[in-house]
Ligand binder design. Structure first.
Ligand SMILES: Cc1cc2nc3c(=O)[nH]c(=O)nc-3n(C[C@H](O)[C@H](O)[C@H](O)COP(=O)(O)OP(=O)(O)OC[C@H]3O[C@@H](n4cnc5c(N)ncnc54)[C@H](O)[C@@H]3O)c2cc1C
Length: 401
């Protein structure tokens, strides 16, 4: 791992900063209604298009697939600078740019890369992930959605659940069972399902936050061309592991950088929020609170160092490996405690709609954010599953039966 920036990397940072400074003030406001999915799609894909036009889309993807071919260090600089500048979150383009696209780049045929990658990079197409089913979440290999071969097509029937952004997606990275008689990990296929195919019913579900991010997806004899299989028939479990490698790898980096920014906001707020007897002191005057904030800061710094290590490893070995699971476990733990300290520091101000003390605290005091953090323990593989991975693959503990 190399931590010092070369002069080329410094130039990359300076150019990016200039571009962000010039571009961000010209962006439209994000939609006020968080449940207006067409508007959210338009906003997120609009940002992706700006990145594309400026040559920053697919920052770490190989140049031959339309990416920028940036080094891991440049990728981290990109994430750091966009977050520092308050650039929009990847949003509806999460699946397409952060794991479906990279999976197709790594495992797809030349025709599949030519068909799907340009639309992802330009922000023309939004993707969703049809992996989980009722009864097949952690135990994903038990999935039952059936694909039966009929000439040049598969006929697919079954049910998916927790499909984020399904209501605005153009394509779905879908796992189906193609051989019901094979051992469960061996009869699965990874296939691209166009979301305008006949036989797909998307039923949005309200999450705890009140926003309909997820949907149930019912598939009734959906015909998908055989040519849409990525990897080989019945080789889908291996391809899904490639997808998870990307999903658990660097997909949470912007989250981490966002949390670092929120922590500095929180320190500013603590210095201004009245606390103690007669409210004559501030939250910052309390040594215990300062210690807690410092501990969280140190943990986030350590997780940033772990991210750099994971990214270096991914460059050498293709995936981040167990480091992705360790990062996810550590990050969620820190983020939970940060939310608790934030509520204490903010005191009564957490109930206010206005930002306290002139510092934006919308991510800290907002009830929605506190509820959202709970999902970090489940999304992209639950905490228990990550612990199993760390136990078996890193610590050499006996395998789960
Ligand atoms: C924000 C968010 C977005 C999501 N988006 C998508 C999406 O777009 N597409 C998609 O396909 N899915 C998506 N999911 C679903 C997610 O992948 C599943 O929720 C997750 O894999 C867990 O599956 P489950 O909900 O069925 O829980 P279960 O697997 O039923 O688990 C229930 C509990 O049992 C524990 N458990 C289960 N097995 C074991 C074991 N072997 N050892 C120890 N403990 C165990 C789990 O840790 C958990 O606490 C999303 C989830 C969230 C929260």
């Amino acid at each position: 791992m190399r931590l010092r920036e070369t002069s080329e990397e410094q130039r990359f940072r300076a150019d990016l900063r200039r571009w962000l400074d010039a571009t961000l003030p010209t962006l439209p406001e994000p939609p006020r209604d968080r449940d207006d999915w067409p508007a959210r799609r338009a906003h997120d894909t609009g940002w992706q298009r700006r990145l594309f036009d400026a040559g920053y889309a697919g920052i770490a993807w190989p140049r031959e697939y339309g990416g920028r071919g940036a080094t891991p260090t440049e990728e981290l600089i990109f994430l750091e600078e966009t977050e520092r500048a308050g650039a929009p979150y990847v949003g509806c383009c999460f699946v397409s740019t952060l794991h479906a696209g990279p999976t197709i780049a790594a495992e797809g045929t030349p025709e599949q890369r030519a068909t799907y990658l340009p639309g992802i990079l330009r922000g023309d197409d939004v993707w969703c992930q049809g992996f989980s089913e009722p009864g097949a979440g952690s135990d994903l290999a038990s999935l039952r959605t059936r694909a039966v071969r009929d000439g040049d097509h598969y006929v697919v029937s079954g049910q998916k659940v927790w499909t984020s952004n399904a209501q605005v997606a153009d394509y779905c990275e879908l796992l189906v069972r193609t051989d019901p008689d094979a051992p469960k990990h061996r009869g699965i296929t990874w296939i691209v399902m166009p979301m305008d195919s006949a036989g797909i019913e998307v039923r949005p579900m309200k999450a705890l936050t009140g926003v309909g991010e997820f949907s149930e997806m019912f598939l009734d004899e959906v015909r998908i061309p055989v040519g849409n299989v990525v990897g080989a028939e019945n080789d889908g479990w291996r391809v899904a592991m490639v997808t998870f490698g990307f999903e658990r790898g660097t997909a949470f980096v912007s989250e981490l950088l966002g949390s670092m920014r929120l922590l500095s906001d929180l320190v500013e707020i603590a210095k201004k929020t009245p606390a103690g007897a007669g409210r004559r002191s501030t939250a910052w005057d309390d040594a215990g609170t300062r210690r807690e904030l410092a501990t969280i800061g140190a943990e986030l710094d350590a997780q940033w160092a772990l991210t750099k290590r994971n990214v270096s490893r991914a460059q050498r070995h293709g995936t981040v490996g167990v480091g992705g699971s360790i990062f996810k476990l550590a990050y969620h733990d820190t983020r939970e405690r940060m939310g608790e300290v934030a509520l204490r520091v903010l005191g009564r101000a957490r109930l206010a709609l206005d930002d306290p003390a002139g510092v934006s605290a919308r991510h800290l005091d907002h009830v929605e954010e506190r509820l959202y953090v709970l999902s970090l323990a489940i999304a992209a593989g639950t905490e228990q599953i990550q612990r199993n991975i760390v136990g078996e693959r890193l610590l050499g503990l006996p395998k789960e039966r």
